[in-house]
Design a binder for this molecule. Structure first.
Ligand code: KE4
Length: 430
């Protein structure tokens, strides 16, 4: 493949944008190569600026569950744009979006507030939980990513200290001090933390299925323990459903696991590929949000009409297409089964995790149920695998610790093409 135009753009971009990209993972740094620049996309195909075509499993990191440039979404965005791109006063579309989210997650939420990213959603939800409980500490889990707000760019402290230390420059020790980090899926650890910090913990935030350490699912026992412990100790349970919301089921992980958190954060799918986020919860909690209550949160473009138009169309399609989730899961299961067959035939003992239409091939023989186990992966082998797939016209996330996203646009013929490429890529390791 020729990448002349991508290389030229990347050279220019690095002089103007930190690392040449507007989000770090796009730099392909962890896979040790230069990024390809997208020119256009349609269905499950991305074309780069050199005319190379890829079957795309990044899907904009989740939003494009129906595929790129879906005609229904294009029409909605175009029609909304003709009426105005932003007003600064309320619109009917924001009410309709709120109705869709509240009705899909009715066991957990009465009210929803739109924001412009998943980061804003989780940042705001934590502020609401702190304002609602009057407490300072939050509990998160290793390997879960909730966006780049200060309280959540924190890892577990060394030794016996339970408070966190920053994972990024620019975050104060004081902020990190109020974040406790526990191992994912570790009920005993969380129980001990609540026993030690019961009345200090404002919220527990968790990805019910993490798409940020590869794909790793919480066990239902773990989620139930979080539900019980937060209820007992008066903390707010927040499901970060930025990835899983409207993906694992129309009612997301809350429906998939049958567990109702106190608050839910959304992003990605609810905006149909346009900038979006939302946080939602029971009225008793959400009534602390300004202008009703004393927790301030605001946004110039929150509930933007173009993002609402795209998101409403996508959510209604997901709501009204009876077989959509079964079809998505069947395609992902087909890919999972095909990869496992290839691994068996090549006598490779790598691990495949799949939940719904999210999957990940881990270059480790370990089962992967938490971040420490994910870290046993041979990332050098992943990098060779990634590059081989890219050269064969298959685009997956440029990191071992991301998910493959299946969309309704992926065809079984494309899955077979993908499996053939995966066989070539894995054949290098037998
Ligand atoms: P954004 O601020 O990027 O819209 O959302 C942050 C976020 C919150 N919660 C979860 C579970 C998420 O996965 C994310 C963002 N996901 C990453 C991909 N793993 C976005 C890709 C990127 O950072 O460029």
């Amino acid at each position: 493949m020729i990448h002349t135009n991508s290389e030229h753009l990347y050279y220019k971009a690095q002089k103007l944008i930190p690392g040449g990209v507007n989000s770090p993972v796009r730099a392909f740094k962890s896979v040790g190569t230069s990024p390809v620049f997208a020119a256009k996309a349609y269905g499950s195909v991305i074309e780069d600026v050199d005319g190379n075509k890829y079957i795309d499993y990044i899907c904009s990191w989740g939003p494009l569950i129906l595929g790129h440039s879906h005609p229904l979404l294009l029409d909605s965005i175009t029609n909304a744009a003709k009426l105005g791109s932003s007003f600064g006063i309320p619109t009917a579309a924001e009410v309709e979006m709120a109705e869709l989210i509240v009705s899909a997650y009715s066991s957990s939420v009465d009210e929803v507030r739109m924001v412009n990213s998943g980061t804003e959603a989780t940042m705001s939800a934590l502020r609401v939980a702190r304002g609602y409980t009057g407490r300072n500490k939050i509990l998160k889990f290793e390997g879960c990513y909730h966006g780049h707000n200060d309280s959540l760019l924190v890892k577990s402290g060394s030794g016996t200290i339970t408070y966190g230390v920053p994972t990024s420059l620019g975050i104060t020790a004081a902020v990190a001090h109020d974040t406790i980090v526990a191992p994912y899926n570790d009920i005993e650890a969380v129980t001990a933390i609540f026993e030690a910090h019961s009345h200090e913990i404002a919220a527990v935030i968790v990805e019910p299925v993490s798409g940020n350490m590869g794909v790793v699912s919480a066990t239902i026992e773990f989620l139930q323990a979080l539900r019980d412990l937060t209820a007992t100790h008066g903390a707010v349970l927040i499901f970060d459903e930025v990835i899983t919301g409207f993906r694992l089921a129309y009612g997301g992980a809350s429906e998939y696991f049958g567990i109702a958190p106190d608050m839910i954060c959304f992003g990605k799918i609810i905006g149909g590929g346009l900038p979006v986020g939302a946080y939602a919860g029971k009225r008793a909690i959400m009534d602390v949000v300004s202008p009703v209550g004393g927790v301030y949160q605001a946004g110039t473009l929150s509930g933007n009409p173009l993002a609402m138009a795209a998101g409403i169309t996508q959510l209604k399609y997901l709501r009204d297409t009876a077989t959509i989730y079964a079809d998505l899961d069947a395609k992902a299961a087909y890919l999972e089964s095909g990869i496992n067959t290839i691994l068996r035939e090549l006598n490779l003992n790598f691990t495949v995790n799949r939940v719904g239409s999210l999957l990940c091939l881990f270059f480790t023989s370990h089962k992967v149920t938490n971040y420490d186990e994910a870290l046993t992966c041979d990332t050098q082998k992943f990098n060779i695998y990634f590059q081989s797939l890219l050269d064969q016209g298959i685009l997956i996330g440029p990191s071992q610790f991301e998910a493959m996203f299946i969309s309704a646009a992926h065809t079984y013929a494309q899955l077979d093409t993908t499996l053939a490429a995966i066989r070539v890529a894995l054949n290098q390791f037998k």
